[in-house]
Design a binder for this molecule. Structure first.
Ligand SMILES: [Zn+2]
Ligand SMILES: [Zn+2]
Ligand SMILES: [Zn+2]
Ligand SMILES: [Zn+2]
Length: 349
């Protein structure tokens, strides 16, 4: 086999999404059956490579082992926050100023002082459909290591505070964790009992919809944004269906290449360009950061498809039912066109 034939053979076995090369076509077919490449994956704006996460796209563009051609262009006109490629250095400068969302600063500090309770249902039957929630935990148990919700905040899409309060746990607080929570024993006097907080939040989220009836996009129940919400909801004793939850700790494009969660502090620094969780932490700042990350992910301009998910019944047979030799005759691009995402992309909201 001469060199030219070999390289064109390899090209035929190259994944059209992640560009991995396979020696044999059957290995590429196997790869396509299990990779769930889709239009919803983060894309390199230069070579169009699909990446599993923004972190792997960042590695592809910046390092430690970047693709050199892409790195060179990115250095001149790439946005270091959202990783988009702009027309030139000037366009990049203007874009980056808007893309870097500055810290809430003062507003956060005001929130720190106040107690706010606008969890009235009637004023909010239509809006807001999307809310963000965050808690700060104090310690319970004999060694103070048991997390108890000490503060909770809920904001709407425009970053307005809907609910913000200290919480009185059902068991004694043994460690106030003052350095991070700012919680002092005397605040317990005005804190809202957990049972009452739980009921208010539960009712507010469901918004009059019975839990068993909650469906995405059809009812009145709200989309809930947050970071590590399983833990927050567990500590609040609030139950909420997974289909309504948008968790920045569990959204594949925002996770590490190792498939572990990034911290909210890291995500805010890397994608929004400012610091949170320094010193005493206000759950309002966490709400704002998750809401901004959510909005950025939701506004991704991905191609619309009628059935975007691999789990949609219409896609069940894209790979499974096709005969191996039928797939082997397809081009890599044709196979990619059949492939669908294995996670729910927030651009679909
Ligand atoms: Zn691939
Ligand atoms: Zn998408
Ligand atoms: Zn690239
Ligand atoms: Zn940007």
């Amino acid at each position: 086999m001469d060199y030219r034939m070999e390289s064109s053979e390899n090209l035929r076995n190259k994944c059209a999404a992640c560009f991995r090369q396979f020696n044999r076509i059957e290995h590429l077919v196997e790869h396509m059956r299990t990779s769930y490449h889709s239009v919803h994956e983060p894309l390199c704006g230069i070579c169009n490579k699909h990446c599993r996460s923004f972190e792997s796209l960042r590695e592809h563009l910046i390092g430690p082992l970047p693709k050199q051609e892409c790195k060179n262009i990115f250095n001149v006109r790439g946005c270091k926050f959202c990783l988009a490629i702009l027309d030139g250095p000037n366009a990049r400068r203007i874009h980056q100023e808007r893309c870097q969302l500055s810290s809430t600063g003062l507003i956060g500090r005001f929130a720190n002082l106040g107690f706010r309770d606008n969890l009235t249902m009637d004023g909010y039957t239509r809006e807001p459909q999307v809310v963000a929630l965050a808690c700060k935990m104090v310690g319970g148990g004999s060694d103070g290591s048991l997390d108890l919700c000490g503060r909770v905040c809920i904001i709407d899409e425009r970053e307005n505070i809907i609910f913000h309060t200290y919480v009185k746990p059902q068991i004694p607080i043994t460690n106030y964790r003052y350095e991070t929570t700012g919680f002092r024993p005397e605040y317990l006097k005005d804190a809202m009992p957990l049972r009452q907080v739980q009921k208010k939040i539960q009712d507010f989220l469901c918004n009059g919809e019975p839990m068993w009836k909650i469906r995405p996009r059809s009812g009145r129940a709200r989309i809930l944004v947050g970071h590590g919400l399983d833990h927050d909801l567990d500590r609040l004793q609030v139950e909420y269906p997974a289909i309504m939850i948008r968790d920045t700790a569990k959204y594949p494009p925002l996770m590490k290449t190792s498939k572990l969660s990034n911290s909210l502090k890291y995500l805010t620094q890397a994608y929004l360009g400012y610091d949170i969780q320094t010193g005493i932490q206000d759950p309002y700042d966490d709400c704002v950061a998750t809401m901004r990350l959510y909005n950025r992910m939701r506004s991704q301009a991905h191609r619309r498809e009628d059935f975007p998910l691999a789990s949609d019944p219409q896609n069940r047979n894209n790979f499974a039912s096709r005969r191996q030799n039928e797939l082997e005759r397809m081009t890599p691009e044709e196979m990619l066109a059949l492939s669908r995402s294995d996670y729910y992309c927030w651009c679909l909201d």
